[in-house]
Design a binder for this molecule. Sequence first.
Ligand SMILES: [Fe+2]
Ligand SMILES: [Fe+2]
Length: 274
Amino acid sequence: MEVDRRAFIASLGGAAAVSAMSSEAKADALEHYMEERLDEMVAQNQQAGQPEKFPTVKEIEDRIEKSNVRRGAGSLFASQRGNVKKLEPMPKNATLLDFYRLRFEPANHVLQSATRALKTGMSEEIVLACLMHDVVLNLIKPDHGWWGAQLIEPYVSEKVAFAVRYHQTLRFYPDPEAGYEYPDQYYRIFGVDYTPPQYIEDTYKMLKNHKWYMEPRMVTVNDLYAFDPNAKVSIEPFIDIIGRHFKTPKEGLGNDNTPSSHMWRTLARPDNPL
Ligand SMILES: [Fe+2]
Ligand SMILES: [Fe+2]
């Protein structure tokens, strides 16, 4: 989206007001401004009776060379809002809650998904899967189902890891009976004419006949309605479920020498150059 600098500065009360703002406040204001313009554009299209115009795969590809960051970079590594921030060091024996507080913040999307899962009476394993299904996006985005499952596999049941691994695949395939439809959001981020690659189709075929199909499916059902910027959510209601279903190592995540410890360490210290 093009930003009209003059209109943006005026909306903040003029150049003097802007120069008094911290760079963080400016970044927040810019994000807010762009969200509002986007809402206006959507509203204008709707008023004109036009459906939202989604980009094509080609149009999305054409954006690649206009950015200095690849789309697959984890959000801890590529700020969407100006410069990255200095991170508070992780405590020595870091728990999952420490990671939510210090590295996954604001974690709004996963908290909303898990809140919805809790309200709709899902099993505790599904609630935990919803809570964890996208946290690996802080590290890396491509194949986030597989990465996300690998990150938590040493600490959760096979079912929870299964649900996280395969929610990525099932997001591409509607299941109206289960209450899941293809998301408009995917037309925006992949392009309106996108078809998933062969390995995703093969994975879907495998899942359709799997006895645990409904585990990742329920993550997608709760994923769909989970983007409400005004929703107030917190980690509080999930502390007991985490206690029962996530085996926190006493040495702290990252120090326990499991196949995913290095992933937790990278999340803990993303500024390490090597
Ligand atoms: Fe996801
Ligand atoms: Fe999600």
